[in-house]
Design a protein around this ligand. Structure first.
Ligand code: GLV
Ligand code: MN
Ligand code: MN
Length: 418
């Protein structure tokens, strides 16, 4: 049997393997939703890789995949290395899986050398971070962090399948989700490696960056209800067109974000029109609004302004408006001491340290409820992500692998000395 040594390049190759059937729910593109057939195939395959790296493998009640490599001190809290295994629709191969694959590589290298740290290392592949199947995000990491709202179990996907029914297909159930919670005090630190999903590292000609924190997120689901009617007979003054009203709202949202002239961003990324026919005035429109900023007050000021603008448009056009908050996460600061360790490990790979903020959301935002978090960003070509063209140079993944190993060793030394 040929034994392939652990490496960042192997992590990249495994991400590419996972981007195709049977690990994608679509034949031509990558889409892997939580608890779908592709998700089942993926956790089976990734579980094999975890086991081969010397880990004991289990699934929790949220069907997160967890591999554990024991340390020398059984009572020590674990270093958790994680990221997500689900994808957006028409996503790229690396957003999520690369962090899980690199965690497995780090453990595989320790296992091959017969080395153990004082603490255990757990590698977690979270089931849902993107929120691409059910109308909420980070269900996997929030279940582990114990911050999942009980109402999460009542959600259904676009086909009407409830979270409970989907979990039952995997031998779990919504009523048991609370058992996925990790006991307080059992996590020494959380490390997440992730592609940057932006152009900063590439512009600076750097492979790696240390994340300082993650922007606050607010996600709304908006329903605009007008009156459907015949496109040929209802005169313009008599219409209550839900789509025309929603279009004004989308423009107002963009205007508010642009006027802020700060790190504030606001996005309408999904819109559904009913009944959706060329010759029928739209009776109902549903759309999402995603608002982010480095500070909660900036995000919330924009949220308030957006709410006021949408209500004014609804009143002026005699349509009704319903707004539900589906996701609300404060900003997530990374731990200063862990950032220093990560900087040192990055410098040891031969590049200068580079700190940067994350506008994208990550599982670290949920895991911070359990202990200090650190994130390592890896350059991706053109900063492109949430797109099939996502690309990571295997040499950059090798640098990330080296930095993560350096981080683990430094954390081990610090723990021994403490
Ligand atoms: C996840 O990719 C997010 O930032 O929404
Ligand atoms: Mn993503
Ligand atoms: Mn991601």
């Amino acid at each position: 049997m040929v034994t392939v040594a652990a490496s960042g390049a192997r992590a990249v190759a495994r991400c590419l393997e996972l981007s195709r059937s049977p690990y994608s729910d679509r034949a031509d593109r990558l889409f892997r939703g939580w608890l779908t057939p592709a998700y089942r195939a993926t956790i089976d395959r990734v579980g094999e890789w975890m086991a081969a790296a010397g880990m004991t493998v289990r699934r929790d009640a949220a069907i997160n995949l967890i591999g554990r490599y024991e340390g020398t001190r059984p009572d020590a809290p674990a270093l958790v290395i994680g990221s997500h295994l689900d994808s957006v629709r028409d996503g790229g191969a690396y957003d999520g899986p690369l962090g899980v694959m690199l965690g497995i590589e780090c453990v595989a290298a320790l296992h091959a050398d017969g080395r153990r740290l004082p603490f255990a290392i757990e590698v977690i592949g979270f089931g849902d971070e993107e929120g691409s199947r059910f109308p909420a995000a980070m269900l996997g990491s929030r279940a582990v962090a114990g911050t999942l709202h009980p109402d999460a179990a009542d959600m259904a996907d676009a086909a009407g399948i409830s979270v409970d029914a989907a979990l039952r297909e995997f031998g779990s159930a919504a009523a048991t989700l609370a058992t996925a919670r990790r006991a307080p005090g059992t996590m020494l630190a959380y490390l997440e490696a992730h592609i940057e999903q932006g152009p900063v590292l590439e512009a600076d000609r750097l492979a790696l960056g240390t994340v300082t924190g993650i922007a606050a997120q607010l996600r709304l689901e908006v329903t605009v209800t007008g009156v459907a009617g015949h496109a040929g007979t209802v005169t313009m003054p008599l219409r209550r067109d839900a789509l025309a009203a929603a279009a004004r709202m989308v423009s107002a949202i963009e205007d508010i974000a642009c006027a802020a002239a700060s790190d504030l961003v606001a996005t309408v990324g999904r819109i559904e029109v009913a009944p959706g026919a060329a010759n029928v005035i739209a009776g109902e429109v549903r759309f999402t609004v995603d608002i982010r900023a480095g500070a909660t007050d900036r995000r919330d000021r924009a949220g308030t302004a957006i709410g006021q603008a949408m209500r004014a448009i609804a009143r002026a056009r005699s349509v009704t408006l319903a707004v539900a908050t589906i996701h609300d996460l404060p900003p997530c600061p990374c731990d200063p001491r862990l950032m220093d360790l990560l900087d040192d490990a990055v410098v040891a790979t031969g590049q200068p340290s580079r700190r940067l903020m994350s506008g994208a959301g990550h599982d670290a935002m949920a895991m911070v409820a359990l202990g200090p978090v650190a994130m390592l960003f890896i350059r991706c070509a053109g900063g492109i992500s949430h797109h099939p063209a996502e690309h990571v140079d295997p040499a950059d993944a090798d640098s990330a692998f080296a930095a993560m190993r350096g981080f683990i060793d430094r954390l081990g030394d610090e723990y021994r000395d403490a």
